[in-house]
Write a protein that binds this ligand. Structure first.
Ligand SMILES: C[S@@+](CC[C@H](N)C(=O)[O-])C[C@H]1O[C@@H](n2cnc3c(N)ncnc32)[C@H](O)[C@@H]1O
Length: 213
């Protein structure tokens, strides 16, 4: 089993052109270095992070149809940085409320020379937050306020919070199987389409929910 980033990238993204692979390598080296002291990604297992988090983020970016994006609760930059690397013509806002993540995202933007990225320190859930992009993305968005809610309550709460931003017309959520159990009323209220994201590396699939406002 390869454990270095370069070998894992070669296995997972074997068809990528060299400059994109190089950007991914630079980003991941930075991410794992910061993770040791600041805990900014879901696991220290490089193979797991690349095959689950990075690969799924990449598949999500291939699916999305927006012109400008806000990655809400971007954390270590997944999926926003992956989106920005593969779509240099699209504006990508990486939004988080925590300084530790914001510092990392600023550094990653500079090191990767991602001119299409804006890093914004903001609490998405405070009243009067106005996002300026046409599309938003949620991946593993969580905090104390919503952690006790049921999946459907959380989904509705996030979509109602998103809807307050007048420029937003679409939202994408990279999520688990509970999305296929949303009630019919929720699905029709938010015009939700769900697509399975099949992983060649894991038996548990994830799902992409597309919401049209
Ligand atoms: C579990 S992490 C997910 C990070 C990344 N999207 C990923 O999948 O690796 C959740 C992130 O949401 C951020 N967050 C939580 N509540 C927030 C809020 N109200 N406004 C902005 N960011 C928030 C946290 O700081 C954290 O970075």
């Amino acid at each position: 089993m390869p454990t270095d980033v370069s070998s894992i990238l070669n296995e997972v993204f074997h068809n990528l052109i060299e400059d994109k692979k190089h950007l991914l390598q630079t980003y991941l080296d930075l991410l794992f270095k910061w993770h040791k002291t600041s805990n900014i990604v879901s696991s220290s297992d490089k193979e797991y992070v690349i095959k689950r988090e990075v690969y799924d983020s990449y598949k999500l970016t291939k699916f999305m149809r927006g012109q400008s994006y806000t990655d809400i609760g971007s954390g270590g930059g997944l999926p926003g940085i992956i989106l920005a690397i593969f779509n240099p013509e699209k504006e990508v806002v990486l939004l988080d409320r925590k300084s530790s993540f914001i510092d990392f995202l600023e550094l990653a933007k500079a090191e990767l020379m991602l001119d299409n990225v804006n890093v914004v320190k903001q609490d998405f859930l405070v009243k009067d937050t106005q996002l300026m992009t046409d599309t938003v993305i949620f991946k593993n968005f969580s905090n104390k306020l919503i952690s006790k809610m049921t999946y459907e309550e959380k989904f509705i709460y996030l979509m109602e919070s998103t809807k307050k931003s007048k420029s937003v017309s679409k939202a994408y959520m990279l999520t688990g199987s509970p999305v296929i159990e949303l009630s019919d009323s929720c699905i029709s209220e938010y015009n939700i389409k769900v697509e399975k994201l099949v992983s060649p590396f894991f038996s548990s699939d994830r799902f992409i929910a597309e919401v049209n406002f």
